[in-house]
Ligand binder design. Sequence first.
Ligand SMILES: Cc1cc2nc3c(=O)[nH]c(=O)nc-3n(C[C@H](O)[C@H](O)[C@H](O)COP(=O)(O)OP(=O)(O)OC[C@H]3O[C@@H](n4cnc5c(N)ncnc54)[C@H](O)[C@@H]3O)c2cc1C
Length: 322
Amino acid sequence: MSVLIFVDQLDGHIKKASHEALTYGAKIAEQTGDTAEAVVLGSVNEDLAALGQHGVKTVHHVQHDNLKQFDSQVYTKVIAQVAEQSGAKVIVFSNNSSGKALAPRVAVRLKAGLVSGATSLPDTSASGGFTVRKNVFSGKAFATVAIKTDVKVISLNVNAFTISTGEGTAEVVPFNATVDAPKTKTVASTKTSGKVTLTEADIVVSAGRGLKGPENWKMVEELADELGAALACSRPVADAHWRPHNEHVGQTGIAIAPNLYIAIGISGAIQHLAGVNRSKTIVVINKDAEAPFFKAADYGIVGDAFDIVPKITEAVKKVKGH
Ligand SMILES: Cc1cc2nc3c(=O)[nH]c(=O)nc-3n(C[C@H](O)[C@H](O)[C@H](O)COP(=O)(O)OP(=O)(O)OC[C@H]3O[C@@H](n4cnc5c(N)ncnc54)[C@H](O)[C@@H]3O)c2cc1C
């Protein structure tokens, strides 16, 4: 029996979220006395044997022209074949855009119970059954869910589990799967995200209507550049076309969980918090001491963003020796 982890990649590079999922899946295998195995679809520019560092013993590698473009239906069928042949009893995905498309489809195909958005290791003890903790109501509460089927599918929230790296090397085994032709074809794609992908970012610098206009984003970009951070914004900012919609976070935007979220001139409306309150550390900069965001903040600075943000950027530069 095995725990099978889907390794998500973009342009041949394995996503950070997949390293988290690999560590998570390997720990589940340790708990249940099974082996951890991974499945990689398409060409990757990285050493797959090195995934053994996370505790994975085998990497099933499926290569086929039809896998060049991500297609959830095609990928689902291939992952299900690998899961069935490797005797997987737990299949782990990242709860990112690919995982959200794949985990439910794979669960249906394998008649498996699914918990999406897991935040910690399952309780696999005899008394615990197989229960998984997950966020509900946009992170306002937790639910503990028992999976009752023999095969179980879990998608792990991004940034919910720390990557651990050891010594191991995995055996990379080509897997001969039946791969359907995709029913759709991407005819053009334009990269809209900034230098750092928002959903994968460790640090996010975000700004709101307090910045008064798009011409003032330079100082936000400078801080983000210094920190190696992704940019985000509140919804009115995107609605007003000050910033592109792919930076809009919140209930109706992208949900993120970086290690550090810096909110500049954002009031902290409940709809905004719904997309960012899983961040590990929240820093709020707002000139209104009564702004609701301060209640959710780990650190707060009351003051004028136009005064404070350049000072923080200078301080970061100094620390980095620039
Ligand atoms: C159904 C629904 C869904 C929604 N979904 C989302 C969503 O997904 N994401 C989202 O963000 N919003 C969403 N909203 C909108 C949300 O309710 C708020 O209106 C919005 O988040 C407010 O954006 P803001 O904080 O940038 O602006 P404001 O509420 O106008 O706040 C601006 C803040 O900047 C501060 N400020 C002003 N000048 C300065 C300065 N010089 N220095 C420092 N601080 C300053 C002010 O004190 C204020 O707190 C949704 C609303 C609805 C009804």
